[in-house]
Design a binder for this molecule. Structure first.
Ligand SMILES: [Fe+2]
Length: 306
């Protein structure tokens, strides 16, 4: 794993990318990556104590135009973003090496660090939330920001970790409250990396206790290009882009990440990026010079935009 370089002035970091072609495609298709228990325990304990007001604030710097009082006020809200100024949080959570390598792969060099924290503190037990896409989500091939859930305490299923509905970041989704998803469960220090548009909810909790979760976004600073880890045998024509009404969007997102979003043209029907394990040849329509782009906002009945 490469070193992570922190630029405090630019509020960004850099490091080597860690995801391969297949893993970037998997993120485009599934919409999330879980890193169970990757933050050190002493940092998790500090995070809980800080969020519960049990240790004093010790900001490593005061952002321009702000005062210590501003930071103190902020700490008492549901958006305690001043936790990002604690050096132990920067080193242990924001720049956690596995997370950093993934963000660098998905967002390019000089990744912008979070500026707004959302603190979801829940007294358990609690019922499950309804499934929802968060406010201000956008459906499109662009990946300009990536969101993270951070769970600073052990968060087994009984403590109601966030539940994610895979492959729902591609468009508006209906999902019955009785239908399950994938729990972002894990020991203290679990990070749930996900597309901000993905459908999710606070899961049902049956245990007793306080569940903290911090949510924040990392930001792209450079135009997208395919500069993650190349795989010699990765085959864009035969890769698995998902099922009906998914594959066209997933492939578009991957093409956008490779810096080729504008050139992406598809024929529809059984043509690429659709494929089945039961076909006897390669999908038609790969690298079509004319065709359609997916209609992400569903203005057209058939889901193609032009
Ligand atoms: Fe939400």
């Amino acid at each position: 794993m490469s070193d992570v370089t922190f630029d405090r002035q630019g509020w960004s970091f850099d490091c080597d990318p860690s995801l391969t072609d297949s893993q970037v495609l998997e993120f485009c298709r599934e919409g999330y990556i879980l890193l169970p228990g990757v933050v050190d325990d002493d940092v998790n304990e500090k995070a809980c104590a800080w969020l519960e007001g049990k240790i004093p604030a010790s900001p490593s710097f005061v952002p321009e135009g702000m005062t210590e009082q501003d930071l103190q006020r902020m700490r008492g809200t549901h958006e305690p973003s001043s936790i990002f100024l604690e050096q132990w949080f920067i080193d242990g959570v924001l720049l956690q090496p596995q997370l950093a390598g993934i963000m660098r792969s998905l967002l390019g060099p000089k990744v912008g660090l979070p500026i707004l924290a959302s603190h979801h503190a829940t007294q358990c037990p609690q019922g499950a939330q309804g499934w929802h896409h968060d406010a201000d989500h956008v459906f499109g091939p662009e990946l300009n920001f990536v969101e993270v859930f951070y769970f600073p305490q052990d968060t087994p299923v009984e403590l109601g970790p966030t539940e994610i509905a895979p492959r729902t970041h591609l468009g508006p989704t209906q999902r019955d409250i009785a239908e399950g998803g994938v729990f972002a469960e894990g020991p203290a220090g679990t990070l749930g990396i996900h597309h901000q548009s993905i459908m999710h909810r606070r899961g049902l909790s049956t245990a007793t206790g306080l569940r903290h979760m911090l949510k924040y976004n990392y930001w792209r600073a450079a135009a997208p290009q395919r500069d993650w880890l190349a795989e010699d045998d990765f085959d864009l024509q035969m890769a698995d882009y998902g099922g009906h009404n998914q594959a066209r969007y997933v492939a578009h997102m991957l093409y956008w990440l490779m810096g080729m979003g504008d050139d992406y043209q598809i024929l529809g029907g059984q043509a690429w990026p659709w494929r089945s394990p039961n076909q006897i040849g390669r999908s038609y329509g790969y690298q079509a010079s004319a065709g359609y782009q997916p209609d992400w906002r569903k203005a057209k009945q058939d889901g193609y935009s032009n």
